[in-house]
Design a protein around this ligand. Structure first.
Ligand SMILES: [Zn+2]
Length: 598
């Protein structure tokens, strides 16, 4: 076993030694270590994450031809080089640990075919970090499935995805060189796996994850979280009147205001393992670590695993976090699910009191808390695309939704001259393009026409009506309102010019929840302390923090999602190393807060 590499060794190394120490991290591409030498900070790399990021930046800054050479420097998976035993030691180990050296003849034939198809389509070998997001190795079936799925990607996406996988391979190789193990990140990752064991009938059989409010799978998750909180060293652990699982880790002064942290443990149907759960597990790991060190902070930490955020079984989105800010619609108790079971009964069956008094008692008082923080998987492609593990959220976007209809005149497609038409669909199309351009002109705004339909349309009829939806979101209410106004005005102008009628009905408005500046700065400092660049982004999706925003100053931290950030989907993915960084960032934020507290 060679002596573990350290940041100190790297710092003291001369140019040749530096490059030799990092040899083999990137396959047959010594120019990347060279680039890191040039970019090394004058006082050396302070964290392994900083070194990894610097290597990534060298590749990102390289010309496309060099990036392509890097991809082509990699062997095919279970390819001729493996058979001929001409792989590098690193690649041999990785392919062996993924079991590729023990393929059945059928699997081997399938991989050969995939290799050939992939190469023919893209012109480079398929690259996959076969050690996977946990570093323990993907199964052969997972590898073959991923291979088949990625064959249908675009050339541009696959090029970037190959580079991302190369960075993940390098990350795992670096961890091995440094003898670095993401212990806390592994706790988070393994926790998400263990929690995902509980899924509802009809989904569980297919290996799909579905956990909706107060079903047996949901209650099993709550029981598991209660147990983990107790084991982690929380002093008070309980399930509250709506099913939230609440743990308190006391500070040295029990009366001092607490930090509130949380996220949700329910899922959408056939969802991912990390949406919501990641934030719970990251906080759990941070408290477990504090307890292991025997540390008490000057303030307490209250972790709330919210029972309901997704609004799946009942139309009661944000029920869990809403209860903490005194928002619980009494009508919800009578609401029935698809089987006709009222929420009140579901609560009673789950041994919850199901009374409005008990629920009203969950309301928190702002004076008892310092603020609210939430770690969440990004659920979008931004961080993944930038090769950044963490991002600081500036605001949860405010949104406005509309249903609209243009009404023109349905007329003969053959006999109506172009200048005589009153085409409702082209009016809607023009509006969709305007909304797209208008949102693009802003920083952080998004606009979507997700529904577009010509009722009773026909191939040979000029559309007489067109129904559409508008979903407009922006980081502040003012920015959203300005966009809404522009889109409304343009919608009217289009109607007039095209001689069609416009109906536009507002169906939903939600306020933006900008991050509290002081709390956002704490996340920024935490990310910087990890040696990572601070990157800001708004949240396009709603989160529990949106509700707590009404009571407390709040700020969120986003964690990169793999597979281009896909979410509400079984392909949702995070790596153990990114989980580790998230826990470390939270611990750093807690340290800052401890130092600020008199
Ligand atoms: Zn979520």
């Amino acid at each position: 076993m060679p002596a573990a590499l350290t940041l100190d060794l790297l710092k003291q190394a001369d140019h040749d030694t530096f490059c030799r120490l990092l040899a083999g991290v990137y396959e047959h591409s010594p120019w990347i270590a060279e680039g890191a030498w040039t970019r090394r900070p004058s006082d050396g790399f302070t964290t392994l994450a900083q070194l990894k990021r610097t290597l990534v930046e060298v590749v990102r800054a390289a010309p496309e031809a060099a990036q392509l050479d890097l991809i082509r420097a990699h062997p095919e998976l279970a390819g001729k080089a493996m058979v001929a035993r001409t792989l590098t030691a690193e690649s041999t180990g990785e392919q062996r640990s993924a079991g590729l050296t023990d393929c059945s003849p059928e699997e081997f034939a399938r991989l050969q075919q995939l290799n050939a198809d992939y190469n023919a389509r893209f012109g480079w070998p398929f690259i996959l970090a076969v050690k996977g997001p946990r570093g323990l190795g993907l199964s052969r079936q997972q590898i073959i499935d991923t291979f088949a799925r990625r064959l249908s990607g675009t050339k541009e996406f696959e090029f970037a995805e190959c580079l991302r996988n190369i960075h993940r391979i390098a990350e795992i190789r670096l961890n091995e060189k440094f003898g670095a193990e993401p212990v806390l990140g592994n706790q988070v990752w393994d926790g998400a796996e263990a929690l995902a064991v509980h899924s509802e009938p009809g989904f569980a059989e297919r290996g799909e994850l579905t956990v909706t409010y107060l079903t047996p799978a949901h209650q099993a998750c709550a029981a598991q979280l209660l147990q983990w909180m107790r084991e982690a060293g929380f002093d008070e652990v309980q399930r509250d009147a709506v099913g939230n699982v609440v743990g308190v880790y006391h500070g040295s002064d029990r009366r001092a205001p607490r930090l509130l942290a949380g996220s949700h443990y329910d899922t959408v149907r056939n969802g991912g393992k990390y949406d919501g759960r990641l934030g719970i597990l990251v906080t759990l790991a941070a408290v477990r670590e504090l307890h292991r060190q025997g540390r008490r902070l000057p303030f307490g930490i209250e972790l709330v695993a919210f029972a309901e955020e997704e609004g799946q079984r009942y139309k009661a989105t944000f029920l869990g976090s809403g209860a903490l800010v005194g928002q619980f619609d009494p009508a919800w108790l009578e609401q029935t699910d698809a089987q006709g079971i009222p929420m009140r009964e579901a609560m009673r069956a789950a041994d919850l009191p199901a009374t409005l008094d008990a629920i009203a008692g969950l309301r928190r008082s702002a004076a008892d808390y310092l603020g609210y923080v939430e770690v969440h998987i990004e659920q979008g492609p931004v961080l993944d695309d930038l090769d950044l593990p963490l991002g600081v959220v500036t605001s949860i976007n405010g949104s406005a939704r509309y249903r609209g209809r243009y009404t023109g005149v349905a007329s003969h497609a053959g006999t109506t001259p172009m200048n005589r038409r009153r085409d409702a669909a082209t009016a809607a199309a023009e509006l969709a393009l305007f909304a797209e351009a208008r949102a693009s002109a802003d920083e952080g705004s998004v606009a979507t026409v997700g529904l577009l339909e010509v009722p009773q349309g026909s191939i040979n009829v000029v559309p007489g009506a067109c129904d559409f939806s508008l979903d407009l979101r922006a980081p502040t209410n003012a920015q959203r309102d300005a966009m809404v106004l522009d889109v409304q005005r343009q919608a009217q102008r289009i109607a007039e010019r095209r001689r069609v009628q416009l109906q536009l009905e507002e169906v939903m408005v939600a306020s933006a929840a900008p991050s509290d500046p002081a709390w956002q700065r704490r996340w920024e400092a935490a990310v910087r302390a990890l040696g990572l660049p601070v990157f800001h982004l708004p949240s396009g999706a709603g989160h529990d923090a949106m509700k707590l925003h009404e009571l407390l100053p709040q700020a969120m931290l986003f964690v990169r999602g793999g597979n281009a950030g896909i979410s509400h989907n079984p392909l949702e993915s995070v790596s153990n190393d990114d989980c580790e960084l998230a826990v470390q960032a939270l611990l750093n934020l807690l340290d800052q807060l401890a130092q600020e507290t008199p």
